[in-house]
Design a protein around this ligand. Sequence first.
Ligand code: GDP
Ligand code: IMO
Ligand code: MG
Length: 425
Amino acid sequence: MKVDVLLGLQWGDEGKGKVVDVLTPRYDAVARFQGGPNAGHTLEFEGKKYVLRSIPSGIFQHGQINIIGNGVVLDPVLFKQEAEELEKSGVDLRSILRISKKVHLITPTHRLLDAANEKAKGGKKIGTTGKGIGPTYTDKISRNGLRLGDAFHNFDEKYNALKAMHMARLASLDSTPEAEQLATLEDTWMDAIEYLKGFDIVDSEFLINGLLKEGKSVLCEGAQGTLLDIDFGSYPFVTSSNTISSGACSGLGVAPNKIGEVFGIFKAYCTRVGSGPFPTELFDATGKRIRDLGHEYGAVTGRERRCGWIDLVALKYTIMLNGVTQLIMMKSDVLDGFDEIKACTAYKIGDTVTTQFPYSIEEDIEPVYTTLPGWKTDMTGMQSEDEFPTEFKNYIEFLEKELETPITIVSIGPDRKQTIERTKK
Ligand code: GDP
Ligand code: IMO
Ligand code: MG
């Protein structure tokens, strides 16, 4: 058996959580492979709404094992909050969740460093989620990190060594925390470590490969989006992990030849939260209209998401990087009332027109648009693709032709049920 991978093709918040939940019944296990509580994955069903940050989105279906893989960074305090809320709402988390011993832990000083680094960058700040993601992955790569498995051996010694490094760095940034404030944060954190140790902590690489050997199927859930990938995203305005499909290999211990389908998710338009370039961003009434209709506010930070038209130059690039085999289009209903829809098919940079995503998108890019007629139909109650208006079918066909990849699922609302599967041609 192979794993399938589901990931975002834009700057995050494409709707990954919703689709993982919808696809979960087809799988025996769901596994998160990177990122941490910077993610906010929203699921809606039976009139209820949940936002998941570190826990995979496969927990609300029945019988699937959910795995937090080694590529994830975990904040014990936020994990505890999230898990307790889920347990309160009736999810038997302890029986279905497995956590890798090799996840790296986000400490209170990682979060303080995240804030101090941002402050030091001033006007060039990244606009991080403030969850300590960058400093935690920095320590992982520089071989100073603290892993969950360490919580069982000489933990205090390892913790104190890391804390001493962080305190020196915080002092150099003129951001030394008050001793009392830090002590309170640490108490809460140590309590949360004890709570975390009550979960099933495993060698998840053996678990996943064992499942595959038994003929079981696994869906890997990405966080963030490809344009936030540390290598290929809009650097330095990116997150600190590999969000692309190869991240599933290193973040779970799955070999490249074990990857089957790659589901690439995108919105019918485009959004971005935080700083950094965004060629198709709209600063006008249309951008505001998309934000209002799409409720484009961050699930984690509540920040306004920047909105713009779909960018096919960027999508072609992210489809290539991930080896996407099937596309999933989200939030199509948000454009239901528009007279015209625009799609960026090329970038004009100075006198040059290109369809290849450039090294830097921070230069002056003028998007070249193709304009298509809107469908002006409320699609939110539709049950099958036969009901789609002709203009919407044309929009899908146009995208499939441009992107050379089939769109197999179309989402027409936030609820689990507002999902239309297309028959493969
Ligand atoms: P994720 O981080 O990729 O899981 O996405 P988020 O949960 O951060 O953001 C997606 C938002 O859009 C959430 O509020 C979802 O409930 C909502 N959503 C998902 N699919 C659709 C859709 O097809 N239509 C509409 N209107 N909302 C959707
Ligand atoms: P999901 O999984 C959208 C953005 C932040 C910032 C940059 C770096 O819900 O799609 P970080 O805290 O990771 O160091 O911030 O990345 N970012 C996201 N934007 N959705 C996310 O996750 C994001 N996770 C991080 O806004 O620009
Ligand atoms: Mg999100």
